[in-house]
Design a protein around this ligand. Sequence first.
Ligand SMILES: [Zn+2]
Length: 353
Amino acid sequence: MFALVLLLTSTAASSALFHASDSLCARALGAAPDLSCAEAGRGVALAASPEEAQRLAGYARAGEARFTAQFGRDIAPYVVISTPPVPQRAALTAAGFTHVLPWPAPRAFDEAARRGVEQGTRRFAASQNMTPAQTEEVVARALSQIPDAKAQAALDAGMMPHELGHLWFTAAFWPQRPEADADAPRHYGGPGPDWLDEAAAVVLEDDVTAAQRRDQFRALMRGETVPAVGPIDGRAMLLDLPGLLAREHPGLARAVAIAPEVAASGGVGVSFTPAGAGPRPAAMERVFYIQTRVFADYLMQTSSRPTILAEIAQSLASGRGFEDWLAEQGAAHGLPTSVPDLQGDWQAYAERQ
Ligand SMILES: [Zn+2]
């Protein structure tokens, strides 16, 4: 499966030269006159054709609805912009858009993915001392597994709201993010703990993606090897809740490593690991998303509050730790009041899935 590594920009709109009464698309097109625009609720999608803009806006709109239901916070004006061409960030910021999310156009996605797959597979073949004929065979097989247009649309429906979620969540709960931290090499620069930053994004994914993650959770808990995850003792990792709460995002090292290349290519990088043949860090990254999805389910179901993540974020943004929040608020929300007790409760929940 794909893992997207995107460099994102969120900037406060300053001394903007736009008329507040203009529609979002009028403002966006003023900054990007060669593209087509479609409005979501609080933002727009820009793409080469009206159909593509509508398609992208649809995913963003669905993400907005889930964000509102689970976080109840405003969403600052944003643009999802199909790329190439390289987005004119400064012009879009001046037009009043707080967030700019470049999104790989299907063609760019495909070419970048093919390049990554081919390089990765050739390295793998070389490490296994494969003959040239064997190498060409495994490269062809790996390339044949790259998703077609329909599969890419399914990825977009899950991944775009996910990436928007990182931006919206950080802006909603940490609006005074110090400028000095803006370029810090963290996963998307969110100041919250990585598990919460990731949970806020994962819970905005579409239902199909959510169902896939829950299925994979159950399979890993049964001790099965999940081809889309790769060879890993997933069960042990899933049960280790203190590990999740303390863990740095497993994709961080990769995101940092790819950053210069990403910047040079206009802000979008795509890395690809052939399913089932992935190195251990990629498998860990996939388990992290699966665990985060089901831990968010656990928190919402146990507390009977769809907005539980927002309540936790609110507390952490005011400078408190998650353990403090549990001790003070856990009982009132039907949750254990310490991390060791939470671990026990989580294990029981995980076994029931
Ligand atoms: Zn993420």
